[in-house]
Design a binder for this molecule. Sequence first.
Ligand code: NAD
Length: 436
Amino acid sequence: MNIAVIGTGYVGLVTGACFAELGVHVTCIDNDEAKIGALKAGRMPIYEPGLEEIVEKNVRQGRLAFSTDTGTAIERCLVTFIAVGTPPDAEGQADLSFVKDVAAAIGKRIREYKVIVTKSTVPMGTGALIRKIIEQNLPEPIAFSVASNPEFLREGSAVEDFMRPNRIVVGTEDAQAAAILRDLYRPLYLIETPFVITDVVTAEMIKYASNAFLATKISFINEIAHLCDRLGADVHDVARGMGLDNRIGRKFLHPGPGYGGSCFPKDTQAVQALARKAGMDLRVIGAAIEVNDAQPGLMLTKIRDVLGEPRGKVAAVLGLTFKPNTDDIRESPALKIIEGLRAMGVSVRAYDPIAMEHARAALPGVEFVADEYEAASGADVLVLATEWNQFRSLDMERIKGLLRRPAIVDLRNIYEPSEMARLGFTFRCVGRRPVA
Ligand code: NAD
């Protein structure tokens, strides 16, 4: 089968490369000529573990190609996935302009039956809108199907998530489209991945409901962590004690500086905006957003506590991405915390294993250094903002010798408070029992 994936970002490139790995012929399309030029020259536009190897292999074996020519790819392929961005607009609603552009381009080039599948996260009702735009652009009436196949991969483990998903959701009103998508995903069906086949609007809702629920789980444990801070309980034990209950589950109960990235912040806002338009107020999701918005400020209070008068002080910040194993800094809490520190008059020296080039433009005035130890050198506090593996076993004796004052604020709860106290650090983390 030939398929096209329009939008070669985190989702589109992973989807295209993984389908090629499963034996399908894939053309990945993007209107960003620099991105397609880089991919054609064998350079990866994003960092995602394991992706470069499968891109290189499938290009070499002739199953994966890159192009800026949307029209030709649509004509040649039975299935076209839409994987363009859906960023928030000024009111928090999903901006569908990229999706609409692609739908119009598709309509102009359909000459025979096609299946158009939305992988982008889009508001309920977008499938119907895509159908209407395609129909308006068709040169003559031709049958086509519209389906929704939301993506649940996580940046940092996207290839593994695509290849071994918890479930595949397909929304379509059309039995032919469902059969074609089932066929496309057959290798995953064979490893017993559950399929949820439903209608388009329900599939669109499943994606928003899933992301909003996960964001709520994070805000829930963050709020409990603050209560633990106040009352002297240990949130790690609380999370473990809760998470061992199968009805609750252990995942997403890690307190920290709040959720970030390109999905949870925008998707929670988008579902709230959609509900408002439908005359409803989503109170639980609203509270999750409110708690998350307050997190960077609460983290800054912890840092300020150990710094005393902040003006003229230096903070070493380790980790800039919203989570480890990605180069994505979109909505990263680390960036908000750095901006807050600078607003308090604190100089920031930052280090990240992958994302420093991206971050440079977003953080003018911040000094970027070569490693963790250079960051710590002469700083008044070391702030752990992202839990990259290489930050998990720092040489703390060396760090102590380099810092101007032995103070660490661990926003990801990587280190044990008792061990840090034993080493002579002033130590703060999130929701863990303080050591006298
Ligand atoms: P991205 O910004 O990394 O990539 C989007 C790509 O689409 C860009 O390369 C852009 O140049 C391209 N594009 C825009 N308009 C185009 C057009 N008319 N023709 C061709 N290409 C065009 O975005 P992403 O992170 O991959 O997200 C894509 C969608 O998937 C979003 O709706 C997002 O919410 C959803 N999603 C993202 C993730 C994630 O972890 N990043 C996970 C699940 C779902």
